[in-house]
Design a protein around this ligand. Structure first.
Ligand code: FES
Ligand SMILES: [Fe+2]
Length: 372
């Protein structure tokens, strides 16, 4: 059934770059751990465990002092490397007093975090997503939250036959679900392709490209385990030999577990048509967020079913369109098995999901009270 665990030795998106603002602290649960994100004065992003080593106060409830973080309870102060440099009332601070920090890589509009074994962190493993900021493309982007496990979204994005039933009024060509797919994979990726000739132009694409005749449409759903997807869509008037009329869209989905059963959903849609047209960007922002909220609603409904009844119900039925989703499960199982064998129990096993979910929910409320 659906895994609710996640590998730690992997790059996950911690935030869109725009979310970490200079001079502000951004608390965020990631992979079941409380994390504080902020920028130093030169703009470098920092991630540290959001927990003071003294009495466990979240550091995000304290203050930024230049590049350092001062705890808001008794004033212990930490540098961006996690070293404690001040304990009020003590003249000397041991080198051993520190909070854990995490490797970050920022590029093309995203901030990636590595929360596993730091010696295994290789920035070259981060998937390409240069369209987000590249010349010749315009991008709309947002961040959503889902009360459901991350794998539900991974599988949603690898089976786009759901467009005909979940999004019929926006991005569907009604022929999609009946047209065949080809699925390929390796140890870390899954790719599902669907070629569609002479199909109906979805209302969304008519609105943003002006095409209102049948189209030739291609969909390529690429999954980069454990948590990143690029969906490539091309549309052009059916049978038009002129490729200059082809419209390309690269949709990025970064699926980062907040807890075992809650998820951050970072997304962007980059397009090579109507470049620089703010009205198309604004429409894309609202239309695509609406589509993704439908996906989230479906996944949350399934999560409720799983939470209430699994495993007392019979196993799921698998059909042809499940080739991609099932392959993603196999890859995740392998990654989890490799980590389990190497490290024993993974850190997230310390937490009960109920407690972690409650803490994640309370985080923002506390911040509001203490900031007055
Ligand atoms: S809890 Fe942070 S200084 Fe006491
Ligand atoms: Fe969807």
């Amino acid at each position: 059934m659906y895994p609710d665990e996640f590998p730690r030795n992997a790059w996950y998106v911690a935030a869109r770059s725009a979310e970490i603002e200079q001079g502000r602290m951004l608390p965020r649960f990631l992979l079941g751990d409380p994390v504080l994100l902020y920028r130093t004065q030169d703009g470098t992003p920092v991630a540290m465990v959001d927990r003071c080593v003294h009495r466990q106060m979240p550091l995000s409830l304290g203050r930024l002092r230049g590049d350092n973080v001062e705890c808001g309870y008794h004033g212990l102060t930490y540098t961006p490397t996690g070293a404690c440099v001040r304990i009020p009332g003590s003249t000397r601070v041991s080198d051993k007093v520190r909070v854990q920090t995490f490797p970050l890589v920022e590029g093309d509009g995203l901030v990636w975090i590595w929360m596993g074994d730091p010696d295994q962190a290789r920035p070259a493993q981060i998937p390409d997503h240069h369209w987000y900021t590249a010349d010749g493309w315009s991008t709309a982007a947002g961040t959503l939250h889902m009360d459901a496990r991350a794998q539900l979204l991974n599988e949603n994005l690898l089976d786009l036959s759901h467009l005909s039933f979940l999004h019929p009024e926006s991005i569907d060509s009604p022929e999609i679900a009946e047209l065949p797919i080809t699925t390929t994979w390796d140890d870390h990726t899954v790719t599902v392709r669907r070629e569609m000739a002479g199909v109906s132009c979805p209302p969304f694409f008519t609105r943003v490209t002006g095409i209102d005749s049948p189209i030739d449409r291609q969909q390529i759903a690429e999954f980069f385990a454990p948590a990143f997807h690029i969906t490539t869509t091309t549309v052009k008037p059916s049978g038009d030999p002129d490729d200059s009329r082809m419209c390309r869209q690269k949709t990025m989905h970064a699926i980062t577990p907040e807890t075992r059963t809650t998820t951050h959903y970072f997304w962007s849609v980059s397009r090579d048509y109507a470049v620089g047209d703010d009205s198309v960007t604004d429409y894309t922002l609202s239309a695509v967020a609406g589509v993704f909220e439908q996906d989230i609603a479906a996944c949350e409904a399934i999560e409720h079913i799983i939470a209430a009844w699994e495993p007392s119900y019979p196993l799921e039925l698998n059909i042809k369109v499940d080739a991609g989703p099932l392959r993603s499960r196999r890859i995740l199982e392998k990654l989890l098995a490799a980590e389990g064998a190497a490290a024993g129990a993974r850190p997230q096993d310390r937490f009960t999901d109920t407690a972690t979910r409650a803490a994640a929910r309370a985080w923002t409320e506390r911040a509001t009270i203490l900031s007055g």
